[in-house]
Design a protein around this ligand. Structure first.
Ligand SMILES: C[S@@+](CC[C@H](N)C(=O)[O-])C[C@H]1O[C@@H](n2cnc3c(N)ncnc32)[C@H](O)[C@@H]1O
Length: 319
């Protein structure tokens, strides 16, 4: 097994499984295995709804005693530290042994521990026969505050999907510029701003633009929201997210959908489209190719299916 810089643990239910895997393919170019993933790519756990924690690997060894010796040699000196044991699927270490191992590590670090408000949390886990020691960062779910945004609608996208769309659009690259082409009340904009992304929004409906701006201001985020038909946006972006209109609140004909997708395709190289219907033919007509795809079912209403389409501009080759 190849040890990388970071070990990520995931959490998702059956309705989100496919979306989490699509998000991982976009960020890490690989999927988790048993809700674990080793990667050299660094991302804050709070940027994804599905990443529970990240262990930054300091040391690893197939032999436990050698690992403890190596930790001692690191001469770690820190006040307020805590050590946790991460139980990974397949790890048969008993509770009592786990406590012993935490003590071993605690005694290998100089400084006063703090179990309640640690400055640094170290962790140990046993993964596929290897003992891994590192610094643990947990998702504290600070982004859940967005659930209390002042303006919300029944067709606002679920916050977990919004976070995934931001990651899928920008890969793991904070520098990528993204347009939320049908931003509505700004659910996706909030998650992008939380993650420090370069995003702007656009919506044809002035009331929704007003509400998106109110939501952004409420959390002290700054992102430009254009009150505009997407066809009138001339600025270019690396990627566009399109949460297509689909119900009575935001009615749209097939022609409207084609028009929105074609307009976004003319100003972005990568499209992440959310639809409730099959848009394969529309994608074919805009010189983009479908690079990834998944479906997301609604919790509590499994018949309601959202389709997520990731499309890339087909590079024109001139001879
Ligand atoms: C499904 S809603 C988006 C919801 C949004 N993601 C949220 O979570 O609040 C689709 C949005 O597309 C907007 N829309 C429809 N046609 C548009 C167009 N031609 N240009 C820009 N926005 C458009 C609608 O006003 C509506 O707000």
């Amino acid at each position: 097994m190849q040890i990388k810089k970071y070990l990520y643990s995931f959490t998702y239910d059956n309705t989100e499984r496919e979306l989490s895997k699509l998000e991982s393919r976009s960020i890490f170019k690989q999927e988790d295995k048993n809700k674990l993933l080793f990667s050299d790519v660094k991302i804050a756990p709070s940027y994804s709804a599905f990443i529970k924690n990240r262990l930054a690997v300091i040391l690893f060894s197939g032999d436990y005693a050698s690992l403890i010796e190596a930790i001692k040699k690191e001469n770690i000196c820190i006040d307020g530290f805590k050590v946790e044991y991460i139980v990974i699927e397949g790890d048969t270490t008993k509770y009592k042994q786990r406590l012993e191992k935490l003590k071993d590590i605690g005694f290998s670090i100089d400084g006063e521990p703090d179990y309640y408000q640690p400055t640094t949390t170290y962790a140990l886990c046993h993964y596929e026969g290897i003992w891994v020691f590192g610094i643990l960062v947990k998702d504290k779910f600070a982004w859940q505050k967005h659930q209390q945004k002042p303006c919300s609608y029944s067709n606002s996208i679920h916050i977990n999907i919004a976070k995934a769309l931001v990651n899928i659009a920008g890969n793991a690259n904070q520098e990528k510029t993204v347009l939320d082409a049908c931003c509505g009340a700004g659910t996706i904009l909030l998650e992008a701003c939380f993650a420090g992304r370069k995003i702007e929004g656009c919506d044809i409906n002035w009331k929704l633009c007003r509400d998106a701006r109110r939501n952004l201001a409420h959390f002290h985020y700054t992102a430009t929201v254009y009150r505009s038909d997407i066809k009138d946006i001339t600025k270019s972006y690396d990627a566009a997210i399109i949460d297509l209109p689909y119900n009575l609140l935001s009615k749209a004909t097939n022609q409207d959908i084609q028009h929105i997708i074609a307009a976004a395709a003319s100003i972005a190289n990568r499209l992440v489209i959310v639809s409730t219907s099959d848009i394969t033919d529309i994608i074919k007509n805009i010189d983009f190719h479908l690079s990834d795809y998944c479906v997301v079912r609604k919790k509590g209403n499994l018949k309601f299916v959202r389709k997520i389409w990731v499309c890339e501009k087909i590079e024109q080759v001139f001879t």
